[in-house]
Design a protein around this ligand. Structure first.
Ligand SMILES: C=CC1=C(C)c2cc3[nH]c(cc4nc(cc5[nH]c(cc1n2)c(C)c5CCC(=O)O)C(CCC(=O)O)=C4C)c(C)c3C=C
Ligand SMILES: [Fe+2]
Ligand SMILES: [Fe+2]
Length: 330
């Protein structure tokens, strides 16, 4: 039986909350054609001439607000997810159904630890079959596909390419939906209900949806399934998109604009959940939990609460186990 291993992947994060480290990270991230696809020479002039001069200082300040003593929240949480998943795998697969040991490594599309590091670590442990699990519930060319590109690039010059299975998305997986529903229910048991539940997903340019990227429709489907399970009425929730980047139109409504209009219309309390993120990160802890909160309160709202990502919750680890077990060969 081929030895099997798992690569848990996420987007990436700077090594430190400093302008230099953020510049290094953004330079790698924003050179990816999957993320910014305008003509290379025009983009390189804008990127090197403006973006990488102006943005790192501002973004480093934002990272400083959420940085943990162990490092970037996204990386720290991914490490916890890996450890818990490895423990579960070790405990459950003692019967050696899938071979002696199924190692789990983590990797980031940009920054460290890289996809190459993770694949090399699995190779060093003798893996001949690898399950790549991008921790993006909804597929997008900017995220899931960029992981595939990096995995393929890593093997381009290798003589031995292991068997590889990718998880494309799990936006409607019953266990993912159940975990989100339980997360809202638990939060509401502790903090009470709010007038509105806002599903704020990371956005993508409108162009993506027009070209056939299923991300937007998968986000809406995830929200739909959670809303049905919670039994919410039409006026008790909404779907919006956050984290716009650049000048083009992104999928709408925009989270900050929706919160502003709700606050002005007299909505007093909002709870926000962000199901596109499998781990809390800059976009949730800073943009959603701090910046957007300020926007809502400054415009007249009074009660704004952010519901944490699934992170290393038991149900979330169980979902990862199911996604992996469906793909392991006996
Ligand atoms: C959850 C899915 C994500 C999609 C879809 C996505 C698309 C996307 N993002 C950018 C530009 C930036 N994103 C940044 C941070 C960031 N993005 C995601 C996830 C998705 N991005 C995560 C998890 C993070 C946080 C990383 C962390 O360290 O905590 C950033 C960096 C921060 C900044 O400069 O504002 C940029 C830039 C584009 C252009 C895009 C779709 C085309
Ligand atoms: Fe460049
Ligand atoms: Fe992003």
């Amino acid at each position: 039986m081929k030895k099997q291993g798992v690569l848990l992947c996420n987007l990436g994060t700077p090594d430190e909350p400093t302008p230099e480290a953020v510049r290094r990270y953004l330079a790698e991230f924003l050179h990816d054609k999957r993320v910014v696809s305008i003509s290379r020479w025009i983009w390189c002039i804008i990127l090197h001439g403006i973006v990488l001069r102006v943005r790192p200082g501002k973004v480093a300040k934002a990272y400083k607000k959420i940085w943990l003593k162990e490092g970037s929240p996204l990386l720290v949480i991914t490490q916890k997810q890996r450890q818990k998943l490895q423990n579960e795998i070790n405990e459950r697969f003692v019967d050696q159904r899938y071979g002696k040991h199924v190692p789990v490594e983590i990797a980031m599309a940009y920054g460290n630890p890289s996809i190459s590091n993770g694949l090399q670590a699995l190779k060093n442990q003798g893996c001949e079959r690898i399950i790549v699990l991008p921790l993006y519930p909804q597929y997008s060319s900017a995220t899931t596909a960029s992981i595939f590109d990096r995995v393929a690039k890593h093997f381009k010059n290798e003589f031995y390419v292991p068997e590889i299975t990718y998880v494309g998305d799990y936006h409607d997986h019953p266990h993912y939906i159940h975990s989100l529903v339980r997360s809202v229910e638990r939060f509401r048991e502790q903090h009470g209900d709010s007038q509105k539940l806002l599903f704020s997903f990371h956005g993508v340019p409108e162009r993506f949806s027009k070209k056939g990227d299923p991300y937007e429709s998968q986000c809406r489907k995830t929200a739909d399934l959670v809303v049905k399970a919670l039994g919410l009425a039409e006026d008790e929730y909404a779907v919006s998109f956050q984290s716009r980047f650049g000048k083009e139109e992104w999928v709408k409504p925009y989270t900050d604009e929706l919160l502003t209009s709700w606050a002005k219309e007299g909505v007093e309390s909002v709870q926000v959940i962000s199901p596109a993120f499998s781990a809390d990160c800059l976009e949730t802890l800073e943009e959603l939990a701090i910046e957007n909160r300020d926007t809502f309160i400054e415009n007249g709202g009074s009660d704004y609460q952010y519901i944490p990502a699934l992170n290393d919750d038991r149900g979330h680890i169980e979902l990862m186990l199911q996604l992996i077990e469906q793909r392991l060969l006996t």
